[in-house]
Unconditional design. Sequence first.
Length: 133
Amino acid sequence: MTSSLDGRRFAAVADVVAGEVGTETVFTYREADGEVWADYAGGSIRRGHLVGTRHGDRLDFRYVQLNTDGQTSSGRCVSEVSVLPDGRLRLHETWWWESRPGSGVSVVEELPGGATADAGTAPTGRDGLAGSG
């Protein structure tokens, strides 16, 4: 199993087709005892939360989010964790909406210097949302 996700920050490597996550969306992960969870925001996502489990290098979680248009949506994602040559983590994701039609694949990578000083909170921008500003 690769390193813990706890306190690591991730962003998509490209805007996600059929999804709302983009390169400006920042995820701050936590992990303990086989459980994973994260808060995320930025780009077209005002606020998002995910929660699930980790078995080896496989994550299985559900997510719920609020976009900048005031719409909520939810879905499920299965991810495989891998390690980049520089030691940062990469998540290869297969996801599908549960609240509306659509599915896709995406890749998120740990941001350089990805661990936060306080792993319990996402970095905030001018408007108090993670990844903004």
